[in-house]
Write a protein that binds this ligand. Structure first.
Ligand code: HJL
Ligand code: ZN
Length: 185
C-alpha cells in the first residue's frame, strides 16, 4: 500500500497524545515492541520506550535484537535516540534534560552473559554529574526470571543510584509469554 506523504516536509504532525499517567498504555506499547523481537532460545524478547513524562511524548522505542549485534531493548532505545541526534550512546543523557522515564517489559539487566555493558549501567550513565537530568524513573512489567543469570539485581542497583523503579502490574502473563516464546518447552 502506498502511504501518502502527510505533511510534505512541513512540521511533523503531533503524535496522538497519551496521558503521561496512563502507565498501562505505555506498557502495552512496550509489549508491542517486544513482539517485534525475533524468538531465540538464548535471551528474552523485551520491548522498551523512552518517554518524556511532562508531555507524554515517546522519544524512542526499542526491542531485543532490533539493532545489529546482541542488543537489548533498553540499549536499542538509547542508541536510536543518540543516532537521531548524531551523538554517541554514552552521551545520550545530554539530550534528556526533562522528566524522562523508561518503560520496559522486563527489569533492566545488571549482568550479561555476553560480557556487554548491562543496561542498568547504560541507564545510570544518562544521569550525568551529580545525578541531574537523564532517566529518572523506570517502569517495569516483570522482574527478570532466574533463567540466564540467577537473581537480577538490576532494580536494586538503579535504586541505589537514585533512580525510582515502579512495577506496572497487569501484564505479567503476556510479557512472560512473549519474552520466552523462543525458549522451547
Ligand atoms: C532485558 C532485553 C534482554 C534481557 N533483559 N531487560 N532486556 N534481552 O532486551 C536478560 C538476560 C540476558 C542474558 C544473556 N535479557 O543478552 O539476562 O547475551 O539476555 O548479553 O544474560 O546475555 P546477553
Ligand atoms: Zn539489558
Amino acid at each position: 500500500m502506498c502511504v501518502p506523504e502527510f505533511n510534505n516536509g512541513g512540521p511533523r504532525p503531533p503524535q496522538p497524545s497519551i496521558d503521561p499517567k496512563d502507565h498501562a498504555t505505555y506498557m502495552r506499547l512496550a509489549l508491542d515492541q517486544a513482539q517485534e523481537s525475533p524468538p531465540k532460545p538464548s535471551n528474552f524478547r523485551v520491548g522498551a520506550l523512552l518517554v518524556d513524562e511532562t508531555t507524554g511524548s515517546i522519544l524512542a522505542r526499542g526491542y531485543t535484537l532490533e539493532l545489529e549485534g546482541n542488543t537489548h531493548a533498553e540499549q536499542c532505545c538509547l542508541i536510536k535516540l543518540a543516532q537521531a541526534h548524531d551523538i554517541a550512546e554514552d552521551r545520550v543523557g545530554e539530550l534528556l534534560a526533562g522528566d524522562v522515564v523508561l518503560y520496559t517489559t522486563m527489569e533492566p539487566c545488571n549482568l550479561r552473559l555476553s560480557g556487554n555493558l548491562p543496561c542498568v549501567d547504560r541507564i545510570i550513565r544518562t544521569r550525568g554529574e551529580g545525578g541531574k537530568g537523564g532517566i529518572r524513573k523506570v517502569y517495569i512489567g516483570v522482574q527478570e526470571p532466574e533463567k540466564f543469570v540467577g537473581e537480577n539485581k538490576g532494580r536494586a542497583k538503579l535504586e541505589e543510584h537514585g533512580i525510582e523503579v515502579v512495577h506496572v502490574a497487569g501484564f505479567e502473563e503476556d510479557i512472560l509469554r512473549v519474552a520466552t516464546a523462543g525458549h522451547g518447552r
